[in-house]
Structures are given as C-alpha cells and as structure tokens.
Design a protein around this ligand. Structure first.
Ligand SMILES: Nc1ncnc2c1ncn2[C@@H]1O[C@H](COP(=O)(O)OP(=O)(O)OP(=O)(O)O)[C@@H](O)[C@H]1O
Ligand SMILES: [Mg+2]
Length: 281
C-alpha cells in the first residue's frame, strides 16, 4: 500500500451533538466512521447493520451482554477479525476518509494507526525496553530509541516503576504493570486510535483505577474505544457509550449510542435502561 493511502485528514470541527451515530451531523470530529457493518463467522452473523461514528480524542465505551459482539466490533475497527479464518466483513470502516477494507489498504498499516490492547496483558517474552522498542524498530524507526521508549513508558504511567530495570523481562512485572507496558507498546508506534478490550478486567481495583486514570491522560492525544463489562467503569471513564444487544438469531446490533452522562441517566430505549440497571446481561 502506498504509505499515504491512510493519510488524508478530514477537515474537522468540534462536534457537540449528543447522538453522533444518529444525527448525521456534517463536519463532526470523527476518528472512525462505521457504515453498514456486518461481520460473519462462517454462516453466523455476529454483528449486523452497524452504523457508528467514533469521536476523536474522546473515550467511547462499548457495553452489552456477553456474546453480543463487542469484541467482534472492536476487532472490525482495525481488521483484526481477518486473523480468524472463518470471519467475513461487509460494509465500511472509514478512517481518514478511507475505507480500511479497500483492496489497496495494508492491514498492517491499519493496525499501526489503530492499535489494540487486550483483556489479558500479553507482553512479549523480551525485556521491558524491547517490548516498547520492537514495534517501532520493525517500522524502520531511526531516531533516538531511548527517548522514544522513555516517552512511551512515561505516557503509560509506568516509567518511574521500571526505569531502573529496563533490561528485565516484561513478564516479571505485575499484572497491572504488564497492562501498562502493553499500553506503552501500543502507543510507541504513535497510533491515532487505541482499542481496548476489557483492559482492566484481569486487574485488581487499584490497578484498574490506574488504567482508568491513564485512559483520561491518553485521550488528550488519542482516541480510545474501550469494551467493558463494568457499568461503573463505563460511566466513570467514557465520554460516549454504545450499548449493543442481540436479536433472536444472536446477531449483535447497536441499540443506543450517545453521551455517557445522558445514556446512563436518561436512556431512550427500555433495553438500555434494563441493562444499565442490571435487569439483564
Ligand atoms: N472466532 C470465532 N469463531 C466463531 N464464532 C465466534 C468467534 N469469535 C466470536 N464468535 C461468536 O460471535 C459472537 C460475538 O462474540 P464476541 O466475542 O464478539 O462477543 P462479546 O460481546 O465480546 O462477548 P464477551 O462479553 O463474552 O467478551 C458470539 O456468538 C461468539 O460465539
Ligand atoms: Mg469480548
């Protein structure tokens, strides 16, 4: 793929509408626009007819019952579903006005610009330093690597804890530290969007709060989309919330999307209210 395929930037204005997915506002400040998205595993449709616009430099939470397609949705944002042989995607995911599923787009480049952090921290069995440096090195980074590693570890609020042991294995860190290392690794390649699939669900409450604080810091610079099972977490950390549910064929669909404050205090749909008040899911 030509390096500049994904580099066109849309001219953007601040976007203040409550329901960005539904109002079709022109000139919205979107990082990603999903249009008519369907993802199948073989014959099974896991998510159907999704239209969703993700606000730039905000935190968007995706919530919904187990199996409704939250992880599938998140992986559709950076073509990670392609790593599943049976998976098939229809529709468009626009990033910088370009459909990332177009034939001339390199999925590796997509994943560099739209990074991902997983539920279970998964550092490489390499040093802390190398965990952060590796991705930029294979991208041909020729600058000051020490500076880059330090910057990414500082951004991930991990530097002070590891600066004296950068040569130790990433696997020697605690779970919460490992997750922050994975976040440092994700941001070291300077993505625009960071996708997080239940990033704190394997962590204790203190480590969870650290990750949430970190997300608030990161949104100054990055767009974050986070899947969470934890309603309090969604309400605490996110600016926007997308609530997904399943139909009778277990296909996931978007029920309601809007400002988190509004969605949690005054949901439009009965299903949203039932879910956020713990009546199902
Ligand atoms: N690799 C796969 N092969 C086949 N079916 C899959 C695959 N991954 C997910 N599915 C199915 O797609 C649907 C959506 O799964 P997904 O993991 O996206 O849901 P989820 O909302 O993230 O669930 P959870 O909250 O439990 O993580 C489920 O019915 C699941 O069984
Ligand atoms: Mg999931």
């Amino acid at each position: 793929m030509p390096e500049n395929t994904l580099q066109r930037r849309t001219n953007t204005q601040p976007q203040t509408s409550d329901t960005p997915s539904q109002d079709g506002a022109e000139g919205g400040n979107y990082a990603i626009e999903v249009q008519g998205l369907n993802v199948y595993y073989g014959d099974f449709r896991a998510i159907k007819d999704i239209d969703l616009k993700i606000e730039r430099q905000k935190i968007t939470a995706i919530i919904g019952p187990s199996g409704c397609g939250k992880s599938t949705m998140l992986r559709a944002f950076n073509r990670m579903n392609e790593l599943v042989p049976t998976a098939r995607t229809e529709g468009a995911v626009l990033f910088r006005s370009k459909n990332i599923y177009d034939a001339d787009v390199d999925p590796v480049e997509v994943r560099r610009r739209i990074g991902m952090v997983f539920q279970k921290p998964n550092p490489f069995p390499k040093s802390i330093y190398e965990n952060v440096a590796w991705g930029t090195r294979i991208n041909g980074f020729k600058g000051n690597m020490d500076q880059l590693v330090e910057g990414a570890l500082r951004s991930a609020a991990l530097w002070d804890e590891v600066k004296d042991k950068l040569d130790e294995s990433g696997l020697s860190l605690s779970g919460g530290q490992q997750q922050r290392l994975c976040i440092a690794r994700a941001i070291a390649v300077q993505p625009e969007v960071v996708l997080m699939d239940e990033p704190a669900s394997a962590l204790d409450p203190i480590a969870t709060l650290r990750i949430e604080d970190l997300m608030q810091e990161l949104k100054q610079q990055y767009t974050i989309v986070v899947v969470t099972h934890n309603m309090q977490q969604a309400a605490r950390v996110s600016d926007y919330t997308a609530f997904f549910n399943m139909d009778e064929d277990r296909a996931g669909y978007l029920v309601e999307y809007g400002l988190t404050k509004r969605l949690f205090t005054n949901p439009e749909k009965q299903a949203t209210e039932d879910y956020i008040t713990g009546r199902f899911g």
